[in-house]
Design a protein around this ligand. Structure first.
Ligand code: F0G
Length: 449
């Protein structure tokens, strides 16, 4: 059951079937372009969509809007230092700004960044620095408790091979959003740390979902059962040299990002860039009140009751979708349920975007919005103008905004899913009509067929 009660509510729209058809067509068949007023249940993302607590709303009022050295920055810095153990704390307006600044200061052209999986914006920042992003997820056959782990043998081979000296950093994305939202184990973080030490490589965390990762460690690793999630999170941070995070996730607020580091010199370079593109180092593109809400959110997010509810909701919702006939990836994590669109729609080849096809059909069925994590996001146009290079998997993500939807909202989504499954064989694929650059999915225009 939800470990909270509801104090403020917001009406949700119920567009008719003809209105949904029109909205999808006008959006170029791209759900990112559908206006929120045409969405009933929005599971596009868990990012920036959280419901804040009464304590967070109260904290907004004490926000100190001083340009430099605001009290709200001091509170934020204290909470982040206590959590991460990193002395250098740099706010940014969201995760991708933090990534762009940190990776842009750390990486040089020709360098390599290795990750369990770079999230799409992370990859874009690595490539913008002229460096190469290499994903080395651990090979899994079947459901694994720590499906977010990085492959230690593959990292060892890379670091001791001819290209090893090009590796500048290793990134562990906790949890691994692009890889099914699965956690990274503490053993994996420790093993990667050892290799990084041996080869003099910087180890960074993309800590956007650090609390969920810590909770899943306490649930899935008997060696850490019963531990406080905050303690486990601290241990993970202690093993790395620094982190960035989108605080729109486990900051449980609507905007915010963070860089936190041990290295004072790297932090100085980041702050120089921050001033140029975000703002003074004690607000980094945020209002003082945002820093207050984030400081409070970062305290609340490791509450074991909240995290248990979060993991149980995802598990229960995964069961409902599986009962509706969707091929659900197991085990479920915390922030989302992932579905294998290729398994449901074998008649739609990757370059006809099966994940997009499933997402669009769910919208038509129930004005439910989910996101595609398949070839539209992770594929690339072929250099010879032929079919797109496909993504490794064609996933659809049902993301769960924090503390927003109730069980009956999610039951409604499962009912919509069942109607889609019933006509899976007739669902059409899509062609890309217009696209730009590596983050094409946000703006692409598509057409059925
Ligand atoms: N890293 C990870 C692991 C993310 O999931 C995201 C964003 C970012 C970095 C970028 O952060 O959005 O604050 O700029 N993920 C969102 C999502 C967009 O829907 O999963 P941002």
């Amino acid at each position: 059951m939800e470990p909270f009660r509801i104090k403020a509510v917001e009406p949700i729209p119920f567009p008719s079937v003809p209105e949904r058809r029109r909205a999808l067509k006008e959006a170029g068949f791209n759900l990112f372009r559908v206006p929120a007023r045409a969405i009933t249940i929005d599971l596009l993302t868990d990012s920036g969509t959280s419901a804040m607590s009464a304590a967070q709303w109260a904290a907004l009022m004490v926000g100190d809007e001083s340009y430099a050295g605001a009290r709200s920055y001091e509170r934020f810095e204290t909470v982040v230092r206590e959590l991460t153990g990193y002395p250098e704390v740099i706010p940014a307006h969201q995760g991708r700004a933090a990534e762009r600044i940190l990776l842009g200061r750390l990486l040089r052209p020709g360098d390599v960044s290795v990750a369990n999986t770079h999230f799409d914006t992370t990859r874009a920042s690595v490539e913008a620095a002229g460096a190469e992003a290499v994903d080395l997820p651990a090979e899994q056959t079947g459901p694994a408790p720590f499906g977010g782990d990085l492959s230690v043998p593959a990292l060892r081979d890379l670091l001791s091979g001819p290209g090893g000296s090009r590796v500048r950093c290793v990134v562990l994305t906790v949890t691994n959003n692009a890889g099914g939202g699965q956690p990274v184990s503490l053993d994996n973080v420790a093993a990667v740390r050892e290799l990084c030490d041996h080869h003099g490589v910087t180890l960074l965390l993309d800590a956007s979902r650090f609390a969920e990762n810590a909770y899943l460690i306490t649930e899935r690793d008997p060696a850490h059962a019963g531990r406080a999630p905050r303690d486990v999170a601290r241990e993970v941070f202690a093993l790395a040299d620094g982190c960035w995070a989108s605080l729109k996730k486990d900051g449980v607020a609507n905007i915010g990002g963070l860089i936190a580091l041990r290295d004072a010199e790297l932090a100085r370079r980041c702050r120089d860039q921050l001033i140029a593109v975000e703002g003074f180092p004690t607000y980094g593109g945020l209002a003082g009140r945002d820093l207050e809400a984030l400081a409070q959110g970062l305290l609340e997010v490791t509450d074991p009751d909240y995290l248990r509810y979060r993991a149980q909701t995802a598990r229960w919702f995964g069961e409902q979708l599986a009962e509706a006939g969707l091929p659900v990836l197991q085990p479920t994590g915390c922030h989302a349920v992932y579905v294998d669109a290729a398994a449901l729609l074998p008649h739609v080849p990757p370059h006809r975007l099966p994940a997009t096809a499933l997402a669009n059909e769910l919208y038509l069925a129930g004005a439910v919005r989910v996101s595609e994590l398949g070839t539209l996001v992770f594929g690339r146009p072929a250099s010879d103008g032929g079919d797109d290079l496909p993504a490794p998997r064609e996933l659809v993500r049902f993301a769960l905004p924090r503390r927003v939807y109730t069980r009956s909202h999610l039951e409604y989504v499962a009912e919509s899913a069942a109607t889609v499954v019933a006509k899976a064989a007739e669902i059409p694929g899509y062609r890309i009509v217009e696209q730009t650059g590596p983050l094409r999915h946000f703006t692409a225009v598509l057409a059925p067929g």
